[in-house]
Design a protein around this ligand. Structure first.
Ligand code: 6R9
Length: 646
C-alpha cells in the first residue's frame, strides 16, 4: 500500500536550499558524524562565548542526560532581534492580524527591540531575575511575543499557558513551576467573542500564594477586578522604564522555557527546554523545511500557547530574520474564507496549519477558497495530527492549486522542533505520510515488547540518538522524565506514537499508542478528563477514550458510572460536559457521554480500556478475550447503550 506519489518539481529542486542529493549526503553526514554536523550548524546563531563541546548525551536509563554546546553562552532574544537590527531593522518582524478583519499591526525588528527591551526592564523592575519563572496567559497579541522574548533577554524562564485553559488548569501550572509573576490581558477576543482572561487569572491566583505581580495588557478595555499592589497595567509600566536593556549572557544549557503538556498519567508535565540547542534546531528546521528565503511572508496559524507557536511562530522564524504572521482569530470568523482572505491581504508565501482546520474548511466548500487569489502561496504545511489523504488532496489541489508542496511535519512538545518531514525541494510527497527524518534524526520501530523492526513494518516509534532541540527534563521531576521516555525501550527515546514504515522508508504516523488522545490537534490525557469527572459529586467512576471524529480527528468519549441513586438524564449529561469544560477548558469538553452501570474490569480491578476503545469506535466485532473480566456481562450493556452507533 504505497498510494500516490507527488514528485518534487523541477522548479523546487533547482531553487530550494536542499535538493535530493544534498538531503541524502547531509543526512548521511548528520547521523554518522553528529558532532561534526551540529558543530557546523551551530554557527548559524551568534554565541557570546563559543562552545568547545558539541554533544554530551546519554539515553542510559540509569543516567539520562542531554547536553548540547554545554560550555557555550548566548542570548536567545539577541539572536532573534538585536543581530538583525543592522541589516533589517526596518523590515517587518511580526505582522499581527486581529480577530476583526480591519484590525492589524506591523512590528519592525527595530520596534520589536524597543518593546522587548522595555518589557524586560518592567520584569526587572518587578523583581524578576535570571532563572525565575514567569507565567504568560495571553491571547494571540504581539505582547505575547514581547513577553516571551523579554524573559529570554533576562534569562527568566517563561511558561506560556494557552488562553483557553480554565482557572484551575492555570493555577496548577503556576503552582508547579512556582511563578512569582503572571502576565495576562483584561480580555482576549476570538471569533467575535470575549474571553475573560483577567477574571480567570484572578480566580486562579486565589490558589497561588507565590504570585506577587500581575502585569495586565489592555486589549479590550473591559472592566476587570483589581488588586492594588499586585496588579499593574503593562502599558503604564512600559512607559516608566528605559528602552535600554543589554541582553544577559545565558549558558547554552540554561532553561529557556517550560511548556506543560498532557501525558498518559497524572497532571500535565512541565516539558523543559534549554537555550542553545533549542535555538539552533528551531532555526535550522524552519529554514530548510519551510525553505525560508529573505522577503518571504510566513504564517503559522498555531497559538503561542502550544509548542508550534513557540518554535515556528516565534523562535525559529525570528532567529532567521523572517517576517512572521501572528493571528488572533479563528479560521471561521467572520467567514470560513478568513485564512484565504488573510493570505491575500498579507501576500503570504508559506502557510502552516493543522489538519483539523483543513477538514473544517474543506467542509465549508470550495467556493470560499476559489473566490480568493492565493497566488502568493508557494508552500503549505501541516502539523498536530495525522492528515487523512482526503484532506491532504483537498489542501493540495484546491488551496495550493497543485503548485505548492505540502510539508507534513511530525514532532512533539518534547522534541522542540520538527523531526520527520518532507523538504520541499528534496523529498517526493505521499499524502498522509510525514515522509523522512530531518538531519540528525534517527527514527526506529520496535514491537510492543521491544524487538527491533527492520525494513517495512509497523510498530512503536522511538528515536535512537539525541538532537539539539530535545527536551532536557520534566521540570523538577527528572525521574518522571526518565520513566516516561527512556524506560519502555532502554537506549532510545520513546515517542508514544505508533508508526508504519513503507518499502521506500517513508514514515506514516498512526497515532498515539498511550492514553493520550489528540483532539483537533490538541493533546489531552485521558487521565485528566477522568479526574475532572470523578471530582463531580454525582460521579462514582469515569473512563475516557478517544474515537474517530470526522472534524477533530479524535473526539472525547467518556463512560460514567453515577453515584447510587443518581438518575442518568440528558440534563446531567449537559451538566457533566460543562463541568469538564470548567475544570480543564473548552478543549477537554466530552463529545459523547455514556452512562454505564459498570465498567469492564480485570479481576485485579484494572479498567479494560482496550474494550472501551473498541466500543467507542463502534467496532465490537473484535473485543478480544473478555473471559478475564470480573463481570463479563457489563460488556453487552455497554455495547447496547453505546453513543456512537453508526
Ligand atoms: C507539534 C505538536 C504531539 C503529538 C505527536 C503525534 C501528533 C503531531 C503530527 C502528528 C501525525 C503529524 N502529531 N504532528 N501525528 N502527523 N504531522 O503537535 O506537539 O501538541 O506535543 O503533540 O501530536 O501523536 O505525538 P504536541
Amino acid at each position: 500500500m504505497t498510494g500516490k506519489i507527488y514528485p518534487v518539481s523541477e522548479a523546487w529542486s533547482s531553487s530550494a536550499y536542499i535538493d535530493e542529493n544534498k538531503y541524502r549526503a547531509l543526512y548521511e553526514q548528520s547521523v554518522s558524524d553528529p558532532e561534526g554536523f551540529w558543530g557546523e550548524q551551530a554557527a548559524r546563531i551568534d554565541w557570546i562565548k563559543p562552545f568547545t563541546k558539541v554533544k554530551n548525551t546519554s539515553y542510559d536509563p540509569h543516567n539520562v542526560s542531554i547536553k548540547w554546546y554545554e560550555d557555550g553562552s548566548l542570548n536567545v532574544a539577541a539572536n532573534c532581534i538585536d543581530r538583525h537590527l543592522e541589516t533589517r531593522g526596518d523590515q517587518v518582524a511580526i505582522i499581527w492580524e486581529g480577530d476583526e478583519p480591519n484590525l492589524d499591526l506591523k512590528v519592525t525588528y527595530r520596534e520589536l527591540h524597543d518593546r522587548v527591551c522595555r518589557f524586560a526592564n518592567v520584569l526587572k523592575k518587578h523583581g524578576v531575575k535570571k532563572g525565575d519563572r514567569v507565567t504568560i496567559y495571553l491571547p494571540m497579541i504581539p505582547e505575547a511575543a514581547y513577553a516571551m522574548l523579554a524573559c529570554a533577554r533576562i534569562g527568566a524562564i517563561h511558561s506560556v499557558v494557552f488562553g483557553g485553559f480554565s482557572p484551575d488548569s492555570l493555577a496548577s501550572r503556576i503552582v508547579d513551576c512556582d511563578s512569582s509573576v503572571v502576565i495576562t490581558a483584561d480580555e482576549g477576543v476570538r471569533g467575535g467573542r470575549k474571553v475573560p482572561l483577567k477574571a480567570n487569572a484572578d480566580k486562579a491566583l486565589e490558589k497561588c500564594p507565590s504570585v506577587e505581580r500581575v502585569l495586565v495588557v489592555k486589549r479590550t478595555n473591559g472592566t476587570v477586578g483589581w488588586t492594588p499592589g499586585r496588579d499593574y497595567w503593562l502599558a503604564e509600566e512600559m512607559e516608566s522604564v528605559s528602552a535600554d536593556c543589554p541582553p544577559e549572557e545565558i549558558n547554552a544549557e540554561d532553561p529557556l522555557f517550560i511548556l506543560y503538556t498532557s501525558g498518559s498519567t497524572g497532571q500535565p508535565k512541565g516539558v523543559l527546554h534549554t537555550s542553545g540547542g533549542y535555538l539552533v534546531y528551531a532555526s535550522l528546521t524552519h529554514q530548510y523545511i519551510f525553505d525560508y528565503k529573505d522577503g518571504d511572508i510566513y504564517w503559522c496559524t498555531a497559538d503561542v500557547g502550544w509548542v508550534t507557536g513557540h518554535s515556528y511562530i516565534l523562535y525559529g522564524p525570528l532567529a532567521n530574520g523572517a517576517t512572521t504572521v501572528m493571528f488572533e482569530g479563528v479560521p471561521n470568523y467572520p467567514t470560513a474564507a478568513r485564512f484565504w482572505d488573510v493570505i491575500d491581504k498579507h501576500q503570504v508565501n508559506t502557510f502552516y496549519t493543522a489538519p483539523t482546520a483543513i477538514r473544517a474548511l474543506m467542509g465549508a466548500g470550495d467556493e470560499l477558497v476559489k473566490k480568493t487569489s492565493r497566488k502568493s502561496l508557494k508552500l503549505l504545511g501541516s502539523v498536530g495530527e495525522p492528515i487523512n489523504p482526503e484532506a491532504w488532496e483537498w489542501y493540495y489541489h484546491v488551496v495550493g492549486e497543485e503548485r505548492c508542496p505540502i510539508v507534513d511535519t511530525w514532532w512533539q512538545t518534547e522534541t522542540g522542533g520538527i523531526l520527520i518531514s518532507a523538504l520541499p525541494g528534496a523529498i517526493a510527497l505521499k499524502p498522509g505520510s510525514a515522509t523522512l527524518p530531518f538531519f540528525g534524526v534517527k527514527p526506529a520501530l520496535v514491537t510492543p515488547d521491544g524487538q527491533p523492526i527492520e525494513g517495512a513494518g509497523e510498530g512503536n516509534l522511538v528515536i535512537t540518538d539525541s538532537w539539539p532541540g530535545q527536551m532536557r527534563s520534566v521540570y523538577k521531576d527528572h525521574t518522571r522524565f526518565v520513566q516516561t521516555y527512556f524506560s519502555a525501550y532502554p537506549g532510545t527515546y520513546f515517542t508514544g506514537d505508533g508508526c508504519r514504515r513503507d518499502e521506500d522508508g517513508y514514515y506514516w504516523i498512526t497515532g498515539r499508542v498511550d492514553d493520550v488522545i489528540n483532539v483537533a490537534g490538541h493533546r489531552m490525557g485521558t487521565a485528566e478528563v477522568e479526574s475532572a469527572l470523578v471530582a463531580h459529586s454525582k460521579v462514582a467512576e469515569a473512563a475516557c477514550v478517544g474515537y474517530p471524529h470526522s472534524l477533530k480527528g479524535q473526539g472525547i468519549y467518556v463512560y460514567v458510572t453515577l453515584m447510587e441513586g443518581i438518575e442518568p438524564t440528558e440534563a446531567l449529561r449537559t451538566e457533566l460536559r460543562n463541568w469538564v469544560r470548567q475544570e480543564i477548558g473548552p478543549i477537554a469538553t466530552p463529545d459523547l457521554i455514556q452512562f454505564a452501570p459498570g465498567l469492564p474490569k480485570t479481576r485485579s480491578g484494572k479498567i479494560m480500556r482496550r474494550i472501551l476503545r473498541k466500543i467507542a469506535e463502534d467496532d465490537f466485532s473484535n473485543l478480544g478475550d473478555t473471559s478475564t473480566l470480573a463481570e463479563p456481562g457489563v460488556v453487552s450493556d455497554l455495547i447496547e447503550n453505546r453513543m456512537n452507533k453508526a
